[in-house]
Design a protein. Structure first.
Length: 267
């Protein structure tokens, strides 16, 4: 498979590195389009494939075209890409907030897949949900799914509108965890620990807790009860969280993110 990536920021390069790591595409069959001269210079040392700063006719020779530019930059990309895109190609968008139909109309091209990855994809531990237009056939969809799985795991959605919820839940999700970790480290510092010690305690706690969630044959409520003994320290903390409506605030925040994602997708 020959792949072109338009936009070589963090997420675009996360996909590029994963494809090369698992030998899913040869370097000579990989085209990376990057308009930033500074970014282009940094890519030279990585040598991920053929590099170019423009969207030219050569794009039309690639099987898959991945759009990983910022949504606000897409209008300019669309103008150039519309002139060279070929009917047999599949367009794979990881741009937030731009629906499949908008891409189809703007490019006058029907075979479009839209996905929402998250930043752990940079470590091969991401989760990506994706939806596709009816014009993408099953074999094309399977090939793209294999590519996505190189960055972690994937979920196919029949209903594209659910991608707004995915954006709020897993797309933005890493920031919520970082926010909680930051608050816990700050609490540790206030209790007298050096930041490095507080950071180690919190990060390892998060890592171990994740593995318990993933491997223990218990519900989350059961795992909480296993730590929170009656009248103990954990119960005191959980009671204060409930008084501060921490759970409600987190849920409301995620709904706010979903609402914003919907507003962006509607223009």
């Amino acid at each position: 498979m020959k792949i072109a990536i338009i936009g070589c920021g963090n997420m675009g390069m996360a996909f590029a590195r994963a494809f090369l790591k698992f030998d899913l595409v040869k370097k000579e069959d990989f085209l990376l389009v990057e308009k930033s001269p500074e970014r282009m210079e940094s890519l030279q040392s990585f040598q991920p494939g053929v590099l170019t700063g423009i969207i030219g006719p050569q794009i039309g020779t690639y099987d898959l075209v991945i759009l990983s530019v910022k949504p606000q930059d897409y209008a300019l990309v669309q103008q150039s890409l519309r002139e060279v895109i070929q009917p047999t190609q599949v367009v794979f968008s990881i741009m937030a907030g731009i629906p499949i139909q908008t891409i189809q109309n703007g490019l006058n091209h029907q075979a479009v897949i839209r996905a929402m990855p998250n930043t752990p994809a940079m470590l091969g531990m991401g989760i990506t949900a994706y939806a596709a237009s009816p014009q993408v056939d099953r074999s094309q969809l399977r090939r793209v799914e294999n590519l996505i799985n190189a960055t972690g795991r994937s979920v196919f959605l029949e209903d594209e509108s659910q991608l707004d919820a995915v954006t709020a839940l897993s797309g933005s999700g890493p920031a919520y965890f970082f926010y909680v970790v930051k608050a816990m480290i700050e609490a540790g510092k206030q209790m007298g620990f050096e930041e490095s010690v507080a950071s180690l305690l919190v990060k390892q706690t998060m890592l171990g807790s994740y593995h318990l969630i993933n491997n223990a044959d218990r519900s989350l409520d059961e795992l909480i009860k296993a730590v929170a003994s009656k009248g103990g320290t954990t119960e005191a903390a959980l009671r204060r969280f409930e008084e501060g409506q921490l759970s409600d605030a987190l849920i409301q925040g995620i709904h706010a993110a979903q609402q914003r994602a919907t507003e962006l997708s509607q223009g």
